[in-house]
Design a protein around this ligand. Structure first.
Ligand SMILES: [Zn+2]
Length: 166
């Protein structure tokens, strides 16, 4: 009898943990409906496993791993999930953190939500169109905004500006 109760309790415990794990990484998705909604399977098919882990599972890439750190051309950084333009190269700066950093997003490009995961209170930044997780914003950035949008390079794709015809 006791064994059976213990067994049931531990099974319930495991399910509880699994449910928590599934619920935890969803501040972006719980923020409401997004213009672009896809099933989990569709996102997995569209994104690389690393992109999926960041955009759909609030993951974080290793610092200094992004090729976009060295991207200094003029252009636009768009969402890797839905290609919405998010940041202009004009607002990119060297933060020294190892993640691509910007002091201001484009108009109507991102949404933010309080993120209390990992024992910290941070402001999570996501694409306003597909809800994809992009990174966090901190208030230790440069002028003129004083903000530091600390982005995962894998959540972004760079589109170089088309050179003006000469
Ligand atoms: Zn998006």
């Amino acid at each position: 009898m006791i064994d059976r109760r213990l067994l049931l309790a531990s099974v319930a415990g495991m399910f509880g943990l699994a449910a928590l794990r599934m619920l935890k990484p969803s501040p972006a998705r719980s923020a409401g409906k997004f213009e672009i909604e896809k099933s989990d399977a569709e996102w997995r098919a569209r994104l690389t496993p690393q992109q999926y882990e960041i955009l759909r599972n609030q993951g974080t890439e290793r610092p200094w791993s992004s090729a976009l750190l060295k991207e200094h051309r003029k252009g636009v950084f768009a969402c890797a999930g839905c290609d919405l333009p998010l940041f202009s190269s004009e607002t990119k700066f060297e933060s020294g953190t190892g993640w691509p950093s910007f002091y201001r997003p484009l108009e109507n490009a991102v949404g933010t939500i309080e993120d209390r995961s990992d024992g910290m209170v941070r402001t999570e930044v996501h694409c306003r169109r597909c809800g994809g997780h992009l990174g966090h914003v901190f208030d230790d950035g440069p002028k003129p905004t004083g903000l530091r949008y600390c982005m995962d390079g894998l959540a972004l794709v760079f589109h170089p500006a088309t050179p003006s015809p000469s």
